[in-house]
Design a protein around this ligand. Sequence first.
Ligand SMILES: CC(=O)SCCNC(=O)CCNC(=O)[C@H](O)C(C)(C)COP(=O)(O)OP(=O)(O)OC[C@H]1O[C@@H](n2cnc3c(N)ncnc32)[C@H](O)[C@@H]1OP(=O)(O)O
Ligand SMILES: CC(C)C(=O)C(=O)O
Length: 675
Amino acid sequence: MVMATDPSTKYVPYRAVPFPAGYTRQWPNKRNTSAPRWLSTDLRDGNQALVNPMSNTAKLELFKVLLQIGFKEIEVAYPSASELEYQFVRSLIENNEVPDGVALQIITPARPDLIEKSIASLAGAQHAIIHLYNAVSPVFREVVFRNTKEQTIELTLNAVRLVKELTEAETSRSGTKFTLNYCLETFSQTEPEFAVELGNRVLEAWGKATPDDKVIFNLAATVECAPSNHYADQASSCNQYSVEYFGTHINQRDSVVLSIHPHNDRGTAVAATELGLLAGGDRVEGCLLGNGERTGNVDLITLALNLYSQGVSPHLDFSNLSEIVALVCRVNEMAVPTRYPYAGSLVFSAFAGTHQDAIKKGLDSQEKRWLAVDRSGEGIKSWSMPYIPIDPKDLGYSYDNLIRVSSQSGKAGAAYVIKQSLKLELPRRMQVSFYGIVQTMAEKTGNEMTVSLIVETFKKTYIIGAKPLGRLHLESYRLFPSTPDAQSSPMSYSDDMLTFVGSSNDLATVTPLRLEGQLSVDGTVRLIQGSGATPVLAIIDALQSSLGIQLVAGEFAAHAVDTKTCSYVEMHLSTDSPSKSGVGSVWGVGISSDVATSKCRAVVSAVNTLIGSKELPPAKRVYQRPSILNRIESGSWLGIVRLRAGHAPCDTQRNRAANAGGVVMILSWFYFLLF
Ligand SMILES: CC(=O)SCCNC(=O)CCNC(=O)[C@H](O)C(C)(C)COP(=O)(O)OP(=O)(O)OC[C@H]1O[C@@H](n2cnc3c(N)ncnc32)[C@H](O)[C@@H]1OP(=O)(O)O
Ligand SMILES: CC(C)C(=O)C(=O)O
C-alpha cells in the first residue's frame, strides 16, 4: 500500500477562515462586470518553469504577441538570474521594443545584490514595475529563512528601502517611472494579520503611495492548497482573516492595487481567481494556457474568455486563438490537451448524437433569428446555442469542426455534414436512413467518420457524381403528353408546373405522361417506356416494366441548390413493407437544373439501391447506338428534323445539346455547299 489508508495522519487540512459569528459572506452575491488589470508573466514565471527556457529570440517573439493581444503590463525577466535574462531586458529598452503605455515588470528576490542588478537592467525604460518578493508564511519563515516575524519584516523593509533608493536615483538619471509591486509570496498560507502588518510597514517604508501612483500588493497563492471558496473567503470582506481583510485593513486602500497570483495545484486556479476578483482583487498575474511552475499559473486565456462569454470585454484580443496557441506551444515546447478550455482542438466539437442534434437545431434557429435582426434592424444578434458557450468564429475558428461523426453520433451529425459540404437538406426520414448507413460503417471501423468519408459514402449510396457508380444509369429520357388530343402538342415543362406535379407525394394528376428513355443496366443500354400522371410515376412505371419489379414510392421532397434542384424520394419494393420509421425503404437523390430530371434521377438512384445485386430480367428492347448514317437518318444529329416533326420533348440536357449540335451541323453543311 503506497497511499495512506488514513491520509489525515499525514496531511493537515486547511483551516477555515474564522468568520465572526453572524457574518454574511459578501462575495457570493457579487459579479465580475469589468476586466481586471492583467499582467502576463509568461516570460518570467512561465519561462522559469520550462524544461528548456526560451531563447531571447523566442522571448521577443512571444513578447510581441503579448503586445498584440493587448497586455499593458508584462513581466519580462528575472534579470539577476543570468546574463541572458539581463540582456533581454536591455534589448527591449535599447531597441525600442516597448510601446508607449506598456509597463515592463521584472522580478527580484529581497536580496540587496540581486536588487541592484535587477534595477540596473531597467535603466532608460519608460515605465517599470519592480516586483520584489519574499515568502512570508510560517513554513518559509521557519524552514527556509529561519527568521522570526520581526526578522522577516526587517528583511522586507531593507529591500523596499533599497529599491526606493535605487529607483529614485535611476528616475533622476533617465526619467524612468517606477512602480513598486511587493509580493507576499505564499500569502495564501500566511496569517492574515501578519500579511496586513507587513503590507502596512511596506507602505510606510515606501512612503509615497498615492491614488495616482499606487503600490501593488501581489497576494500570491504560490501553492494552491485549499478549495477556491476558501480562497474567496480569504479574499472576502470579512474583517478578520482575508485578502480583503488585507484590502480593508491595509492603510491607504485607495493608493493600493490588490493583485492576485494564483497557481493551479488543485486544478482550480481559474475559479480561485474569479472568486478572488469578486472578493476585491484588482489585478491578475498569470500565463497564456496556464504555463508556469508545477501545474502552472492561472490561465489568462480562460479567464479572459470566461469574462467575454458573460458579455464583459476582457480588453484582450484572442481573435486568432489558434495562431496564439500554436506559437505558445512552439516557444514553450509544450502541447495543449485537446479538451483544454477554448484552446483545445476538440472543445468546439460534438461527437454525441443528442449534442449534435441540439447544435444543428441551434444553428438553424439562430440563422433565422439573426436574419430577422438584419432585416428589421432591431434586436441584437445574441448567441444562444446549445452546448457551445461562445461563438467559435469570435476566436477565428470556423464551424467545420462543430459536429464530428463517430459511432456515438446520431442522424443530425451526418445530416449536418452533408448540409455543410453539399448544401443538401436531407428530409428527416432520410436522415435516419443515411445515419444507419454511416453508423454501420463507424461501428465496423471503430473510427471517426470524417467529413470526406461521410460525403464519399453519401455519393456512393445515392449514386451522385459525374461518373455513374451504380448498376442503373438514366442515360436520357423524353416525356410526352399521352392523351390523344394532346398528342401533337409538345409537352414542355416549366419549373413551376413541375413543382406542382411533384408537390408533396408527387401524386397530383395532370395530363397523363408518357416517358421514353434509355437506361443503362449493368453497362447495357436498354430502351424503357412508361406512363403516369407525373414524371415520377412515369419513370417508376418504365422501371417496373423493364426491370420486372414492383415499386412503391413513399415520401418525396425537393429544394433548390444554387441554380439546381435536388429531389429526394423514398421507395420500397411492393413485396417489402417498411416499418413506420422507414426501415425497409431506401432513399434516392437526384440533382439537376431541370426539376423533372432531378426527380427521375432520384427514383433511379433509389431503385439502384433497391435492386442491390438482384438478378434482373433481360432487356425487352436494347438500344442500338446508331452509326453516323443511321444517326443522320434517325435525326439524332439532325435534331432540327425532330423539332420540325413536332416531337419537341421535355428532354435531358444531353439531348438538348444533341439537338443544338444538329442545328449547328446542318448550318455548317449549308455554308459548305454554298461557298
Ligand atoms: C515563487 C517564485 O516563482 S519566485 C521566482 C523564482 N525564480 C527563480 O528562482 C529563477 C531564478 N533564480 C535564480 O537564478 C537563482 O535562484 C538566483 C540567481 C536568484 C539566486 O541563486 P543563488 O544565489 O545560487 O541562491 P539560491 O538559488 O540557492 O537561493 C536560495 C537562497 O536565497 C534566499 N532566498 C530565496 N528567496 C528569497 C527571497 N525572495 N528574498 C531573499 N532571499 C531569498 C534563500 O533563503 C537562500 O538563502 P541561503 O543561501 O542564505 O540559505
Ligand atoms: C514570486 C511570486 C509572484 C510567485 O511567482 C509565486 O508566488 O508563485
